[in-house]
Design a binder for this molecule. Structure first.
Ligand SMILES: NC(=O)c1ccc[n+]([C@@H]2O[C@H](COP(=O)([O-])OP(=O)(O)OC[C@H]3O[C@@H](n4cnc5c(N)ncnc54)[C@H](O)[C@@H]3O)[C@@H](O)[C@H]2O)c1
Ligand SMILES: O=C(O)[C@H](O)COP(=O)(O)O
Length: 529
């Protein structure tokens, strides 16, 4: 697997990939957009931090890309929707740097409160001034935290150790989460009104972009302190500058910027403001965090290659790992059914029905459906279809997906039936696991018993004596060895369905001769991966 690394990633953390002989790593930092577009087509994986914009335009050039690994939390630099449409998996490292970000928030806040940065500059200039650098304590202050997820929650616990009172606003967490952290959940309005210090820890979303604007600053306490170690643009930056200049805000500490590196007039004035403590997006820059996130994404790439569940994929439908483990053999079965029926059924299906009978139906069968769908559609579209985009691809093709579960089953303890509704009628194929091996046990209403693998031939004809012999002779003349033969019969209609597995594929001329000799109603070569 060719892996491109476009941002600074810890070498130590990449060790799992470096130790894996299947991987070829290319580290190329500081590429221009054009250069990146030019080379991305040669890679199956890309590892980035926030410095690389993995947008739709880049993905247009990413012909072989299978996985985008973001060595960090924020995926706002990745167009996840465009990646999903192309079946590209996006993974991040959601835990590895959160402690580092929480500690950096405290570092910024304490530097601001105790005027460390300006006192440091003054002393280094040879001055000895003390009173201009009189600061304030956290003890007894009300600290309002917006977003009490992984980072915000850690910040809450840490400032409580400074004997501050913490109030929090997060509409998406349970009250239990707030109770566990020992913080009071309040409205955004109350955060603005009662906080001496406000720190934001939400992701940057449509809802949080410019969440704090001029009207919000107006409702804050005079002399409030604000911190942003989450994402640039949560506080509107022009409004922040105004609030600093009017002294509504006593001081601000920011690590992140709406444009990185910052290059606008507003940003340069904001960064240059004397009551502003700033860092160039260093929240995750600790040796520990960088090692953690690099190890996490390296492991996910290896999980991908080994076909193991990926813990931090953000665009694979989330299924319980225990359920996935239990469903694995059935996912293999449904993939075979999907692959087989896709080569037999008439074109333009309008609906695909996945029916689960037996014990299996007691469980959530969604992972099996997605897997079957990927196998079914994968042979018919240009694009790669996998668990990431199977439902999306089906939707775009106008195919309706239905899932039916019933614990009743006549002959098999578990049975999966895939039915395609097409303009030429319904076609169905049913399979089960026999000692863990996928078997096709029903094709339309013919009972069958074969393992779908390798080169196969499916022939449907009027059931007359001597035809099997003719098939054997013709294949023998073509030098093709028959591995197995399964005869499904529909006695009343006098029809036979023969499924052959062949050691080598049959050429089109041989198939034509076979069709003529048995007067086949239907004959089709099927090739399984
Ligand atoms: N500066 C850095 O280097 C650095 C490092 C790590 C994380 N981050 C950033 O910190 C932020 C938090 O990361 P995290 O890992 O804690 O994420 P998280 O998903 O664990 O937590 C985010 C929290 O914000 C809440 N939230 C979402 N919308 C909200 C809204 N409108 N109002 C209030 N709360 C809202 C969510 O419910 C969630 O609890 C992200 O923006 C992340 O990118 C920055
Ligand atoms: O989202 C994150 O994980 C942080 O903002 C860190 O970003 P970085 O990996 O570019 O330092």
């Amino acid at each position: 697997m060719k892996v491109l690394i476009t941002d600074e990633i810890s070498q130590e953390g990449l060790q799992p990939l470096l130790d894996d002989s299947r991987m070829e790593l290319d580290i190329k930092l500081g590429l221009s957009v054009q250069e990146l577009h030019g080379i991305i087509g040669g890679y199956e994986a890309i590892i980035t931090r926030s410095g690389t914009n993995v947008d739709a335009a880049l993905l247009e050039h990413a012909r072989g890309l299978k996985i985008i690994a973001r060595a960090g939390v924020g995926i706002d630099n990745v167009d996840v929707e465009a990646a999903s449409n192309k079946g590209i998996i996006v993974v991040n490292a959601p835990f590895g740097n959160v402690n580092s970000a929480a500690e950096h928030t405290l570092a910024l806040l304490l530097s601001l409160c105790r005027k460390v940065t300006i006192a440091n500059a003054s002393l280094k200039k040879g001055e000895w001034k003390r009173s201009p650098f009189t600061g304030c304590e956290l003890k007894g202050k009300t600290i309002g935290i917006i977003g009490i997820g992984k980072v915000g929650g850690r910040v809450a616990l840490r400032v409580k150790a400074f004997e501050a009172e913490v109030i929090a606003c997060d509409p998406y967490v349970s009250e239990k989460r707030a109770e566990d952290l020992g913080v009071r959940l309040v409205s955004l309005e109350d955060i603005l009104r009662y906080s001496d210090i406000i720190s934001v820890h939400t992701p940057l979303t449509e809802e949080t972009h410019d969440m704090i604007r001029s009207e919000h600053f107006a409702r804050m306490k005079d002399g409030v302190i604000i911190v942003n170690c989450a994402r640039g643009g949560i506080y509107n930056e022009a409004a922040t500058l105004e609030a600093l200049e009017s002294e509504k805000v006593a001081g601000a500490a920011f690590d992140v910027w709406s444009i990185e590196p910052p290059n606008t007039e507003v940003l340069s004035r904001l960064i240059g403001h004397p009551r502003m403590v700033v860092t160039p997006h260093l929240g995750a820059n600790t040796v520990e965090a960088q090692r953690n996130v690099a190890v996490d994404v390296s492991r996910e790439i290896i999980n991908y290659l080994d076909g193991r569940p990926m813990e931090s994929a953000v665009n694979i439908p989330r299924f319980d790992p225990d359920l996935m483990e239990h469903m694995k053999p059935f996912m293999a079965l449904v993939s075979k059914i999907g692959e087989f029926i896709s080569q037999l059924a008439p074109p333009n299906p309008s609906k695909v029905i996945f029916t689960y009978n037996g014990k299996l139906a007691r469980y959530d069968c969604a992972p099996i459906t997605v897997c079957g769908l990927a196998a079914l559609l994968g042979r018919h579209t240009e694009q790669e279809v996998n668990m990431v985009n199977a439902r999306l691809v089906a939707k775009n093709m106008g195919i309706v997906i239905e899932e039916v579960r019933t614990t009743e089953s006549e002959s098999f303890s578990n049975l999966i039936t895939v039915t395609l509704e097409t303009p030429e009628g319904k076609r169905s194929l049913a399979g089960t696991l026999f000692e863990g091996i996928p078997k096709i046990v029903k094709m339309r209403d013919f009972l069958t018993d074969f393992t779908p693998e390798g080169h196969m031939l499916v022939i449907n004809y009027e059931d007359k004596p001597g035809l099997i012999g003719k098939i054997g002779t013709l294949l023998g003349e073509a030098g093709i060895n028959i591995g197995s033969l399964n005869l499904g019969r529909r006695a009343k209609a006098g029809e036979a369905m023969v499924v052959l597995s062949l050691d080598t594929p049959a050429a089109p001329e041989t198939i034509e001769k076979l069709a003529a000799s048995v007067e086949a109603r239907f004959i089709r070569a099927v090739h399984m991966h």
